[in-house]
Design a protein around this ligand. Structure first.
Ligand SMILES: [Zn+2]
Length: 391
């Protein structure tokens, strides 16, 4: 047996599915919708301390919902590999954890307490097997991830406060590719209003500024922008876009309404300045207001910036080597279809961050499911990535 395959066998037998599941249950039993994830972090602190890890609880901008950081170091020179996860879940009815036929069900199973539990299992294995001889590990877990309730601010504050490693792994539910590029995202919300009350069309209604016509003008401008963005296609990331997902206005056919609402998204490619994207949006709104005599208010909620990983980096080599060791083949590179905190590490701090987690389903539904085998696989890949990366 070669040294490499011996290492893989040691990791395979050290990753303990029962212990991993106990950790997942501990985190999932505590309901933690976005902005209220503090109690889940408290539970994670208990789990880690029981395992002999040292835990910090940085406020990171939210004293009522402190984040968690756990550093474990060999005390010798080398790189630090960071595992980062969010403990908050989307605002849907709580589903308690259960395992059936090898599948973990419940709120947070897919997004992303299951993945966090896999990272913790990897930390235990790295420490207990002495897998690295230099550098160390850093686990960060936080709140305020899920939009629209959260806006990623706590991970921003963690990075500003120095809680980052030399590379990051994020166990979100993406596993069929190595995401090397991703678009930025802002959620757009627009409200077009006129002064006065709703009024019958023939009792002065047609003399009022028409908020629906103004809204239609805005929709056409957004469509024209989206058409122009067709030419921005990036071979890996796809294209920039301007999308309308919802419009609403009016009460009955012959009443002049006072309000029109629109919401949608704007996505952009790496290399685009989000401030300029917002400026373009603001100009569009003021042009519509000037042309229609209405008032147009808009919110440009920046969710995450775009990112592109470097072409070569030790974390890419270590991650692919670990993937080959566990599954027999490397992952193809591709785009990240959603935005996540990995975008933030890359864009804000130039730290390469790889989103890779279990083959889980049902994120953002009440039917989250993840095979336990997948959590075990992620723990193995994470532990072996640390072995190849840290030193
Ligand atoms: Zn998530």
């Amino acid at each position: 047996m070669t040294a490499a395959s011996e290492l893989v066998e040691r990791v395979r037998s050290a990753v303990n599915p029962e212990r991993l599941l106990r950790t997942a249950f501990a985190l999932m039993e505590v309901h933690s919708p976005t902005c209220s994830a503090g109690p889940a972090a408290d539970r994670l602190e208990e789990v880690l301390k029981a395992d002999g890890f040292e835990v910090e609880r940085p406020e990171a901008g939210a004293p009522q919902s402190k984040a968690l950081a756990c550093r474990w170091s060999t005390g010798k020179p080398g790189r630090t590999l960071q595992f980062n996860g969010h403990l908050d879940t989307v605002h849907l009815p709580f589903v308690p954890p259960r395992v059936e036929d090898g599948i973990l069900h419940g709120t947070g199973a897919s997004d992303m307490k299951g993945g966090i539990a896999a990272s913790i299992e990897a930390m235990r294995v790295v420490r207990d097997l002495g897998l690295i001889s230099g550098g160390g590990l850093l686990l960060t877990a936080h709140d305020f991830h899920e939009a629209p309730w959260g806006d990623g601010r706590q991970v921003d504050r963690l990075i500003e406060a120095g809680y980052f490693g030399d590379a990051v792994l994020l166990p979100e539910y993406l596993c069929d590719r190595l995401p090397v590029v991703g678009r930025g995202l802002a959620v757009l919300t627009v409200e077009i209003t006129r002064t006065g009350q709703p009024v019958h069309e023939v009792m002065g209604g047609i003399e009022q500024p028409n908020v629906i016509f103004a809204g239609a003008d805005l929709v056409r401008r957004m469509q024209a922008l989206d058409q122009r963005l067709l030419s921005t296609a990036d071979p890996a990331a796809g294209r920039a876009s301007c999308f309308v997902g919802k419009v609403a206005s009016g009460e009955i056919y012959n009443q002049s309404p006072t309000r029109f609402e629109l919401s949608g998204t704007r996505r952009w490619l790496p290399g685009t300045n989000p401030t300029e994207v917002e400026q373009e949006f603001r100009t569009m709104l003021s042009d519509v207001a000037a042309a229609s005599g209405t008032r147009v208010d808009g919110i440009f909620q920046l969710i995450r910036d775009a990112f592109r990983l470097p072409e070569t980096h030790p974390i890419l080599d270590a991650f692919q080597a670990a993937t080959i060791a566990v599954t027999g083949r490397p992952l193809p590179t591709g785009p990240k279809p959603f935005v996540d905190d990995g975008n933030t590490f890359c864009a804000l701090a130039s730290i390469p961050a790889i989103t890779h987690g279990p083959n889980a389903t049902g994120a953002h539904t009440v039917n989250e499911q993840v095979p336990v085998d997948e959590l075990v696989r992620v723990a193995q890949v994470y532990a072996l990535t640390a072995a190849g990366f840290c030193g």
